[in-house]
Structures are given as C-alpha cells and as structure tokens.
Write a protein that binds this ligand. Sequence first.
Ligand SMILES: NC(=O)c1ccc[n+]([C@@H]2O[C@H](COP(=O)([O-])OP(=O)(O)OC[C@H]3O[C@@H](n4cnc5c(N)ncnc54)[C@H](O)[C@@H]3O)[C@@H](O)[C@H]2O)c1
Length: 347
Amino acid sequence: MSSALKFHFTDFTTTVNFRESLDFSLLEKQDTLTVFDENTFSLFGRGAPNPVILPAGEQSKCWENTDKIIQSALRLGLGRDGRMVGIGGGVICDLTAFSASIYMRGCSLLLVPTTLLAMVDAAFGGKTGINILKFKNIAGTFYPASEVRIIIPLLSSLPAREFKSGLAEVIKTAMVGDAELFTLLQERREQVIAAEPALLEEIVARCIRVKGKIVEQDLKESGKRAILNLGHTFAHALETVTALQQWSHGEAVAWGLIMALRLGEGLGVTDNSYTEVVHSMLKGYNFSLDIGEGSARGLLQAMDADKKKQGKNLRFILQRGIEDTIALAVDKKVVGDFLKREVKNAY
Ligand SMILES: NC(=O)c1ccc[n+]([C@@H]2O[C@H](COP(=O)([O-])OP(=O)(O)OC[C@H]3O[C@@H](n4cnc5c(N)ncnc54)[C@H](O)[C@@H]3O)[C@@H](O)[C@H]2O)c1
C-alpha cells in the first residue's frame, strides 16, 4: 500500500491514508459520531460507533439532515475535539463535512469515501455543501478533512454505473494534470474496467496528487482551482435540463469534456487531434457522447444560471492540450450558436 500523502491547505492539513480495511476499533467510541447512508451502513456499518443513518441519494444533502447530524452530536456530548466521520459517497462526505465545519465552529473530520468519485474528488479538497430548493451546493464551506482514509476494497460492491461515473472524473483529472495517468488509462483499459485493486490504488493516489497540488495553491477557488471544473459547465447544464434523471454525473461530465474541447476548437484554442484522442478514450470506456435531440436554448439558460457566469459572457474551462488548461469568458451568442450546431435537431 502507498504511504500516507500530506497536503497543506492554508490553515488546514489533510493526511490521506491508504488502508486495507475499515477498522472501527481505531476510533474512540465516546468522541466519535459516524455518518452513513442506508446503503453504506448496511455494507460497512457493523460496529460503527454512534451511527447516524440517512437515506441514500442527492436529496439527503439538505438542512434537515445537517440538523439531524448536529443534534446527534449534541446528544452524544461531542466536544470541539470530538470527531465526525463520514462513510459513504460524495453525498455523505459533503454533508458530514458541512456539518463538521459548523458544529461548534468546526470539529474534527475524518472522511472514508466509498465511491470512486468520492475517493478521487468529493472527499478531498475541502469543499463542503448542501442543496437548497433546486440549487446544488448553494450553502457550503471550505473545510478540508484532517484525514481522508482510502480503502480500495470498499469499491468492490459499487454498482458498475457508479464506478463509471467516477472514471469520468479520473479521465478529467488526467487531462488537467497527469499525462502519464492519461496514457495508463489508454493502455490498461481492461484492467481499469476490471477494477484491479493495485491499479485502482495507483489511479486514486495520482488523482489525489493532481487535485492536492492545485488546491494547495487555491483552496477557495479564486483562481487556479477552477481548472478542475473542466467539462463541468456543460455537464451541470445537461444535468439541469434533464432534471438529474437521465444522466449520471460522470456521464454528463464525459459529454461535457468533449463539448469543452469542441468549443475550444471553434475558438481556435484546441487542436482537433487532441479532441479525437480524448473522444476515443471516452468511447473506449463506453461513454455515450451523444445526448440525442435537445434544447440548445435550455442548455444555454442552465449555463446562464450557473454560478460561474460573467455578464453577457459565460466562463468556460478549455484546453489547448493535455495539462494545458485555461479559463476563458465566451460570449453567450457564440455558445448558443455552438450548441445549435452540436445538439441534434436543436430547438
Ligand atoms: N466536495 C467536492 O469537492 C465534490 C466533488 C465532486 C462531487 N461532489 C458531490 O458528490 C456527490 C456525488 O457523489 P457520489 O457520486 O459518490 O454519489 P452518492 O454519494 O450518492 O453515492 C452513489 C450511490 O452509491 C451508493 N454507494 C456508495 N458507496 C458504495 C459502495 N461502496 N458500494 C455500493 N454502493 C455504494 C450510495 O449509497 C449511493 O446510492 C454530489 O452531491 C456532488 O455534488 C462533491
């Protein structure tokens, strides 16, 4: 197993430890509150100290559950030196981290991500958040966990679609910051799809290093961190117009990556040969990159409502090539015309 990785984010230090199994005997019972969703509790919850068990799914990232966690911590008598432990996918990680960040103005936080997406992205880097009304992550804080514990064997029960969703973020991370990882994903596709543990550990560690290096320079996303959003402006718009029903986040991200590269081509930023390489990688991992018929206007409106807009422009993360990423403000009309060309029978 890899040795621990350590990152410094302004006032916070996160240690990422790789372990073979989840061992609750290492946690002080009195001072620990564990948080699960129903699935992760039934899979991994045996022996967990003071568990709070919440419904699975995005709708669990809400005030009511934050309140539930905080009330449970109070009933337990958890002090500031006590610890909240989130054991689950990105939903449980975001929610537990948000609760820990506001409980007594911040208590200790350990995250044990159980989805690939949470291992490579959600559990690490300090963004916490809950959804309010239909707005995702509209309340949140920057509060990196003191420890993220990565236990690759926990992924063995993960449904294939969730695994694939995490792979889209892995591919994005490779594009942004690790050309060697990109090559590994190209050359060892079958072993990746077969989820070979040692290979997965290397992939997760590489993604964490890329993200950690960027977030160490810009915890609060005032600059460089935004490059990690490659593909996400398109992805969020697609998720919004399809009401989060049809496409998993990863599937939307895969489409978003290609859209970002094609938009870059149209603006003279991206070379077509690079788009083709990424396209063939994503197809190789069975991502459908065709959203069928759709509303170009709907997508544009969804982008317009996105937090990252700037006046009559929309802000995109684009690439000149691998590990060469830029942020660019693009006129909404140019984006609208692009979407009309890209989306089949656009209306
Ligand atoms: N904070 C960040 O930086 C950041 C980054 C990316 C995504 N996110 C957030 O992450 C969330 C998505 O996370 P997700 O994709 O992990 O979804 P999720 O947490 O909803 O998990 C997906 C499903 O898999 C189940 N599950 C989890 N681990 C399992 C396992 N090992 N075996 C079997 N089933 C398992 C869950 O119960 C759930 O039903 C979104 O809310 C998103 O906003 C946050």
